[in-house]
Design a protein around this ligand. Structure first.
Ligand code: PMP
Length: 357
């Protein structure tokens, strides 16, 4: 009854590609699916992480960035020498900055000034014009997204890519992340779970997996504190006020974006992962699996483990390893920063050796 993937996968081979790819954009996608050995053994199930940190711009958002730019080009909205404007927590902006350099567009990024300095610096080094603006709620006209939209309106030959409500974002995952995971698991996948920012990854990947499995693959949502999505899904669609915050960057939401709306009714369930567990998993992934990953990846893995335990032994659960820790290391590995966030107690004694002062 079980297919080969339950017992066998490419243990010893190096990932290879048979053909050369065309520039930066050709290198987006086709990331490995990593079997997380230690965590799998702990649960008696198989936990896999899609290695999105291996995209050429370093995150899962390279797919969405390429998707929205291609869509705008196909529609004739973005012409040679044009400008791409976006509001982003950073990773979409980094993906867009790469795509824009590779395709000859200018790139203007509006982001909340609460994001890590590494991301802001990198965007500037990639040639983007960066506006780090005060972090205010979506309802406020000064929210970074609205500022991006208004800025694009004032320029000629410019587009606002609108990653939250432009479904070319989810579509990029529907045609790439979903099929790749289906192939890599040989269709033997009980559940897929991840957190959402725009919802593009969850909706696009989830829709593909659900369709291909004839509804057999369950799709779950994982949330950081301060996001309203868990209560929305578990209450059958009641939207509450946003309250609280999280150290995880790029995820959590206060509304149902158009990308998430395309799939929200097909989500099997959701749960919130506290920051203590996410930060602990950042260290545990490094210590046991040798993976140096950001906090959203860690949150996803905590959620995948919890879901595997919930679904019972012998299940195949896939999640997303969104980006590397390099983008956040001045925070996640700083004792001072962890103390300031009240999280230093979350790191077990044997993992404290990884922190720097
Ligand atoms: N993790 C990180 C680090 C991100 O930057 C993002 C996107 N902001 C996500 C996860 C969530 O991806 P999506 O927008 O597709 O929901």
């Amino acid at each position: 009854m079980f297919s080969a993937v339950r017992t066998a996968f490419a243990r010893r081979s190096f990932a290879t590609s048979a053909v050369a790819v065309d520039g930066f954009t050709g290198a987006v996608g086709n990331t490995p699916l990593i079997y997380l050995k230690h965590l799998s053994e702990k649960t008696g199930s198989r936990i896999f992480g899609k290695a999105e940190f291996q995209n050429p711009g370093g995150s899962v958002k390279d797919r969405a960035a390429l998707g929205v730019v291609r869509d705008a080009e196909d529609q004739g909205l973005l012409k040679s020498g044009g400008t791409v404007v976006e509001g982003t927590a950073g990773n979409t902006g980094i993906g867009l900055a790469h795509v824009c350099r590779a395709r000859g567009y200018k790139c203007v990024i509006f982001m909340p000034n609460t994001q890590s300095q590494e991301k802001i610096d990198l965007l500037r080094m990639l040639g983007a014009e960066v506006h780090a603006v005060p972090a205010v709620a979506y309802e406020n006209p000064a929210n970074y997204n609205h500022l991006a939209r208004d800025h694009a309106k004032g320029l000629s030959n410019a587009i606002w890519t609108n990653q939250f409500d432009n479904t070319a974002n989810a579509y990029a995952h529907y045609i790439s992340t979903g099929p790749e995971i289906w192939e890599q698991t040989q269709g033997d996948i009980d559940a897929f779970i991840c957190a959402t920012g725009t919802g593009g990854t969850l909706a696009g990947t989830g829709k593909y997996l659900k369709e291909k499995s004839n509804g057999k693959t369950q799709i779950w949502l994982a949330d950081p504190p301060g996001s309203v999505l868990t209560s929305y899904i578990n209450s059958g669609g009641k939207l509450t006020e946003r309250s609280g915050s999280s150290i995880t960057e790029g995820i959590g939401q206060g509304r149902i974006t158009d990308n998430l709306a395309t799939f929200v009714n097909d989500i099997s369930g959701a749960f919130t992962v506290p920051d203590e567990k996410s930060i602990q998993m950042v260290y545990e992934l490094l210590d046991t699996e040798g993976l140096y990953l950001g906090a959203s990846s860690a949150l996803n893995v905590v959620a995948a483990v919890e879901l595997a335990l919930k679904l019972g032994k012998g299940t195949n659960v896939v999640t997303v390893l969104c980006d590397g820790a390099y983008r956040y290391q001045s925070r996640l590995f700083s004792q001072k920063w962890l103390e300031a966030k009240g999280l230093s107690g979350a790191i077990p004694e044997h993992l404290k050796k990884y922190t720097v002062l």
